[in-house]
Design a binder for this molecule. Structure first.
Ligand SMILES: *Cc1c(COP(=O)(O)O)cnc(C)c1O
Length: 349
């Protein structure tokens, strides 16, 4: 979370302007909150140029609920097959849930190289229910630079949980794009689902009510009580991106600089640091790398902590180090890590 947003929230914590109460205390039907929700939606639409062909919904259940909601709406009973592109841990979980709803093909699976790369080419059949991929695999640090190629007849579905709002994108290429907020866009508790409206009508109405996108769309994300505080905070982060950062192109430029700073330490370390992701699919958000031994990795983490650099341990499936440098990570944080890395390599190689 950007510090300036946290400060604003702090200022308004006891009394939301005009409410005489905290944002957490007023009804989700209160006009003040409905305005907050509409403003969050409008700001996200502005940032990503989302037109009226798309619905923007706020849901709970995290990204994980979408693993089930998407195939429940778009695969169950369709008589078609869903196509999944598997580039890391989150895609694997999505496939497991999709298989409960219907027939699934895995178009590409990078298991053989421990998920360090993207597909060179994809052959998605033109009659697929949808084609699904994860734009940034958070654990592996593997990010698509562009949308994978997908036939026009097939809705493209993306889990953008860990790179939502890190750069501009052309939403018109998507049937559905979703993200839980807590990686790059706000606090835990809310997910944003941007979905082409014609697809909303496709689902069998007998799927579980909460999973049915139509309920959320028709009721303006208030089919049941939405996560009001999380939507409020997400709206503030979106405004920060638009007003303070100057939009997603500027944010992307900063993200490129920040990540490049760390990748260049890796690349000039004479092999002391080894990046996990292949260079052409390195993530702007999650920089993953290994050290020559487990002992050095442990030493790196412990000495980094002495420099107030924390949360660097990589996921056990990849090992090593993962530096998550989301939008709100200031340049100073990246500077500090880069100089610590340089120093550590020279002392330990
Ligand atoms: C964190 C994450 C998820 C899971 O999010 P939850 O909100 O915990 O369900 C899914 N996909 C990606 C890419 C993630 O980074």
């Amino acid at each position: 979370m950007p510090v300036s947003v946290l400060r604003e929230i702090q200022d308004e914590m006891l009394c939301y302007p005009g409410a005489g109460a905290s944002i957490m205390e007023i009804s989700h039907r209160d006009k003040l909150f409905v305005d907050v929700l509409h403003d969050a939606e409008a700001t996200i639409r502005q940032l990503l140029n989302v037109n009226d062909d798309y619905s923007v919904m706020f849901m709970q259940g995290g990204a994980t609920l979408q693993f089930s909601a998407i195939p429940a709406n778009l695969l169950r009973g369709s008589g078609k097959r869903a196509q999944y592109v598997l580039t890391g841990s989150w895609g694997k979980k999505a496939i497991k849930e999709a298989k409960k709803e219907g027939d699934v093909d895995v178009l590409f699976d990078a298991a053989e190289t421990n998920y360090d790369r993207l597909p060179a080419e994809l052959a998605c059949p033109a009659d697929a229910a949808y084609m699904y991929y994860c734009s940034n695999e958070t654990i592996q640090g593997v990010q698509f630079q562009d949308e994978p190629s997908c036939p026009d007849s097939v809705p493209l579905v993306s889990d953008a949980s860990s790179d939502f709002l890190c750069r501009p994108l052309d939403i018109n290429k998507y049937g559905l794009l979703y993200a839980c907020a807590q990686k790059n866009a706000g606090p835990a508790g809310v997910s944003v689902v941007i979905m082409r409206k014609d697809l909303i009508e496709k689902a069998d109405p007998n799927i579980p009510g909460y999973l049915h996108f139509k309920n959320h769309h028709d009721n303006d994300s208030e089919w049941n009580t939405p996560p009001t505080f999380a939507i409020y905070a997400l709206g503030k982060v979106a405004r920060w991106l638009r007003d303070d950062m100057g939009g997603l192109e500027k944010m992307e430029a900063i993200n490129r600089e920040k990540s490049q700073q760390l990748y260049s330490v890796i690349d000039t370390s004479n092999g002391f640091y080894r990046g996990h992701a292949q260079p052409e699919c390195r993530s702007l958000m999650n920089v993953t790398f290994n050290l020559p031994s487990d002992e050095l990795t442990a030493k790196f983490i412990s000495e980094a902590a002495d420099h107030k650099l924390s949360a660097l341990k990589g996921h056990r499936s990849v090992g090593g180090i993962r530096a998550s440098i989301y939008n709100a990570m200031p340049r100073e944080g990246v500077d500090a890590l880069a100089s610590f890395m340089t120093d550590f390599a020279s002392k330990n190689s």
